[in-house]
Design a protein around this ligand. Structure first.
Ligand code: NAD
Length: 257
């Protein structure tokens, strides 16, 4: 992965972040790649390597096609998420919380590694839900994912809801599925309230989550983007670091002497 940010760029971004007292961090799949969970659109992303995989993330296909669901359950069974550990990027964000400067953490991720790192659950806004729970599409019954994965392991290829027989899916927001209004509203509100918006490991191409960036900018926040590749929101940023997250995030959050 190319590291394009030079020392002066990192130093300028560090200066900007160090002035922040109400920092909002917006994370995407890129923060978890160092924990062994592939992203979707990076060079080794799930969809970059296998464009057909996008189907199982689309609500319409998932609900209509039992074969899509069966493949999705097998993929969940094998997910690196169940053994992944938080990495230096997650810990850097935890450090911001410990410093009392983290206003909120908006994540597009569904892996709960921020909570596993130790971030206060109340501070984490999961705009795309969580893969650690299942939800019945019919009655809304919610259970830990591991209970349903045990049923798949025991031979149920497409397990249905134990209460009503409805279709089960992970409690994530699939493409084509509406977001939870109060969750996305909160993400927009905190973006308006922050003094620094730090976007990390996201192509910033999935809406409306990506809109947090222009919202923060319009409200007067300093915008810092850390991502290995160009993002759709680079033109809104004061500082763009084309860097590896584990290499620059610990520096950006350090208190300057
Ligand atoms: P994305 O896959 O579209 O983009 C990830 C970006 O991160 C890419 O530009 C990639 O170059 C960059 N990146 C990867 N590793 C990096 C590293 N170590 N350092 C710096 N940059 C790195 O991700 P997205 O914008 O979050 O959108 C994808 C959607 O799918 C989101 O909803 C996302 O949360 C979800 N998703 C989640 C997970 C997860 O929970 N871990 C994994 C895959 C996809």
């Amino acid at each position: 992965m190319a590291i394009a940010a030079d020392e002066a760029q990192i130093e300028a971004a560090h200066e900007a972040v160090s002035r922040g007292r109400r920092i909002v961090v917006l994370t995407g799949a890129g923060i978890s790649t160092d924990s062994g969970i592939p992203d979707f659109r990076g060079p080794n992303g799930v969809w970059t390597r296998n464009p057909a995989a996008e189907k199982s993330s689309t609500l319409q296909h998932y609900l209509a096609d039992p074969d899509v669901r069966k493949r999705a359950w097998l993929t969940r069974l094998d997910s690196p998420m169940w053994t992944a550990e938080p990495n230096a990027g997650h810990l850097a964000i935890l450090e911001l919380e410990r410093q009392g400067r983290l206003h909120a953490l908006i994540t597009q991720n569904i892996d709960e590694l921020h909570q596993q790192a130790g971030n206060d659950r109340a501070n984490v806004i999961q705009v795309h839900g969580t893969a650690r729970w299942t939800r019945c599409w019919e009655c809304g019954d919610r259970r830990p994912m591991r209970e349903t994965l045990d049923r798949v392991r025991a031979g149920e290829a497409d397990p249905s809801c134990l209460l009503c027989g409805g279709i089960l899916k992970s409690d994530t927001i699939s493409f084509g599925q509406a977001l939870v209004p109060e969750v996305i509203d909160r993400a927009m509100d905190v973006s308006e309230e922050c003094d620094v918006l730090l976007a990390v490991g996201s192509t910033l191409s999935v809406h409306p989550a990506a809109a947090c960036v222009p919202i923060a900018r319009a409200a007067g926040a300093t915008v810092v983007i850390v991502n290995a590749e160009p993002t759709a929101m680079d033109h809104h940023a004061h500082h763009v670091l084309r860097s590896r997250i584990d290499e620059v995030l610990p520096t950006l959050v350090r208190i300057r002497s």
